[in-house]
Write a protein that binds this ligand. Structure first.
Ligand SMILES: Nc1ncnc2c1ncn2[C@@H]1O[C@H](COP(=O)(O)OP(=O)(O)OP(=O)(O)O)[C@@H](O)[C@H]1O
Length: 249
């Protein structure tokens, strides 16, 4: 059974179509990148996987369940993470927020919870940030802390909306490699605009512009990836048979 099974999904906001006829099957242990133009429906697809919105047509199953029932097993990094950098908390406390509801409140964390939060930061190679003030971290460092927060409760599935948005190119590549190291225990689906970061670490790429098409990573590797590096994702055309290597901008 696939970990995520999306079949024949149509979704519209107030009658305005966003996704049409989307089929997508994601296996346990995959690292899948969702790319596509602004407004193409990437965030909406993540929200369908979380059960934050429901399709008008078709079905979404996560771990064989309706998404709402699977939510406790999913870690999610929204596009605009709801942590105010002006709020005086340490990086460790931000990670601990990912355990809210699992025990005590801020300041009363059990030792095991702190250990889990430190381990999550370590996974992101950000253990040295634990005691630092979240508001004084760089965009890339904050992003690592927020990803650690989405990992701390031990999810089997991690959904990340533009995790490389505030990160410089070197940091982006490092982050992608760290995320690739989470498999096979954690299946990762991430939205990105940066095709340059869609490294060989990614197992498949799904392009979304209302409808969805899937490409094996090798199609955008090598010469094509350098051709696309830094170019807007909308330059990827689908009027060729990409499965057979016909992708050109
Ligand atoms: N809550 C909402 N109500 C109405 N329309 C919405 C809502 N959220 C998104 N939309 C619209 O749905 C379309 C798809 O949005 P979505 O955020 O899924 O795209 P995206 O591919 O993630 O875009 P981006 O790359 O800009 O983040 C857009 O046209 C957007 O304006």
């Amino acid at each position: 059974m696939a970990l995520i099974e999306i079949k024949g999904v149509d979704f519209a906001y107030n009658g305005r179509p966003v996704l049409a006829g989307v089929d997508l099957s994601i296996e346990q242990g995959e690292f899948l990148a969702l790319v596509g133009p602004n407004g193409g429906g990437k965030t909406t697809l993540l929200k369908l996987m979380l059960g934050l919105v429901a399709p008008q047509k078709g079905t979404v199953r996560v771990f064989g369940l309706p998404p709402v029932k699977a939510r406790a097993r999913i870690g999610y990094l929204p596009q605009h993470a709801p942590v105010d950098p002006g709020f005086p908390v340490s990086a460790l406390e931000v990670v601990l927020m990912g355990l809210m509801g699992a025990g005590s409140g801020l300041g009363l964390w059990r030792r095991g919870q702190k250990r889990a939060a430190l381990a999550a930061l370590d996974k992101l190679e950000a253990g040295d940030l634990a005691g630092r003030s979240f508001g004084r971290l760089s965009g890339g460092q904050r992003q690592r802390v927020l990803i650690a927060r989405s990992l701390v409760a031990g999810p089997e599935l991690l959904l990340l909306d533009e995790p490389t948005a505030a990160v410089d190119p070197r940091g982006g590549v490092d982050l992608m490699n760290i995320l690739a190291g989470l498999q096979p225990q954690v299946t990762v689906v991430l939205v990105t605009h940066d095709l340059g970061f869609v490294s060989p670490a990614v197992s498949r790429v799904a392009c979304i512009n209302q409808s969805l098409s899937i490409h094996p990573t090798q199609v955008i590797n090598g010469s094509l990836i350098s051709e696309l590096y830094g170019a807007p994702v909308r330059l990827v055309r689908h009027d060729h048979d990409l499965e057979h290597g016909g992708a050109h901008e």
